[in-house]
Ligand binder design. Structure first.
Ligand SMILES: [Ca+2]
Ligand SMILES: [Ca+2]
Length: 123
């Protein structure tokens, strides 16, 4: 599947806020993970042994308008039922380790320190 054409880097040793995470991915020629398929959501959601992870989705540009870090608009989404609920104080999105629900995205404050996943397309 398309998932196999992507490399994922998971950062296990340090926790950083989203600005640092974003830059770290760029330094690796990658970007924060963009979830474009059910397979990708399932894969990332399956990383239950780690803490929350940042994904590359934000509404920091325009409140309430969610965009991926590469600028593409949000097409398929996997929000938890009450999310997003943070308004202007929660502009980043993480996948929590404590939930195995397929729909478990939560908007969260960008300055919180979490693990993150970089993604690099191989084609
Ligand atoms: Ca917001
Ligand atoms: Ca929230």
């Amino acid at each position: 599947t398309q998932l196999l054409l992507h490399l994922f880097f998971l950062h296990l040793h340090c926790e950083e806020h989203l600005g640092h995470a974003r830059q770290d991915c760029l330094n690796r020629g990658a970007h924060l993970v963009i979830i474009e398929s059910e397979d990708e959501q399932t894969f990332i959601n399956g990383l239950t042994s780690v803490s929350h992870v940042w994904i590359g989705l934000t509404d920091s540009g325009t409140e309430g308008t969610w965009r991926w870090v590469d600028g593409t608009p949000l097409n398929i989404s996997y929000w938890r039922s009450v999310e997003p609920n943070g308004g202007g104080v929660e502009n980043c999105v993480m996948v929590p380790y404590w939930s195995s629900d397929q729909e478990d995205w939560m908007d969260f404050g960008c300055s919180n320190q979490e693990y993150w996943i970089c993604e690099k397309g191989l084609l």
